[in-house]
Unconditional design. Structure first.
Length: 216
């Protein structure tokens, strides 16, 4: 379902914004019921999750540069990885703040093939780690477990994989899974964002019928 915004406001919205934002109305509405507010929350959460993942990946590159520099004894890797990491993190942070404080364009197709909740993300990450560790345990030679340097390298690689899984899967899934609560909290604490919602409520039209603006 896609929605359109008309050029002029309605004479008076059928319901005030607080009514559509209320947690009580959301609690008695099926979780899969669609509405304009829920589409805004979903799109906003998807964009915020994507940019938050970018921030985490940039920070992971900085951390990786420091760890590798210490392990290999050469500090040339610090700027080689840290400078791109800082650039990625700063750029993604700018876009994160941008999408957090504005209404998203819900007409754009958003494809999210990752887990949509924290529980799903934890299950997915756990499966990947279990498969990785199990594969290594099956293929490792008995002498491998006596090589402390190799085990330390493995632990470093595993820690970096966990870091990437956290920032690339768990963080976006958590943000997307809490997108409705985040929108409700933002509307309650940010007057500018609330004004954007009020304006959208006044100009929004359901192109297919007489559906309400919410619930959230």
């Amino acid at each position: 379902m896609s929605y359109q915004t008309g050029p002029t406001p309605l004479s008076h919205p059928a319901r005030p914004l607080d009514y559509w934002l209320s947690a009580e109305l959301s609690a008695i509405t099926p979780a899969n019921a669609r509405s304009r507010l829920r589409e805004i929350a979903s799109a906003r959460g998807s964009y915020m999750g994507a940019w938050a993942a970018g921030i985490g990946i940039g920070a992971s590159l900085v951390l990786m540069g420091v760890v590798l520099a210490v392990r290999l004894g050469t500090f040339a890797l610090i700027p080689a990885l840290s400078l791109p990491g800082v650039a990625i993190a700063v750029l993604c942070c700018v876009f994160y703040v941008r999408v957090r404080d504005r209404l998203p364009q819900t007409g754009r197709a958003l494809v999210n093939r990752g887990p949509g909740s924290l529980r799903g993300a934890l299950s997915f990450v756990g499966f990947i780690l279990f498969a990785f560790i199990g594969l290594f345990a099956l293929m490792a030679k008995p002498s491998t477990w006596q090589d402390s340097a190799l085990l330390l390298t493995l632990a470093t690689v595993l820690a970096f994989i966990v870091c990437l899984l956290v920032v690339g899967i768990i963080v976006p899934a958590t943000i997307a899974g809490r997108s409705r609560e985040s929108l409700r909290r933002k509307a309650a604490t940010d007057p500018h964002f609330r004004a954007l919602l009020e304006q959208d409520l006044a100009t929004w039209r359901d192109p297919y019928g007489n559906a309400g603006y919410g619930p959230l």
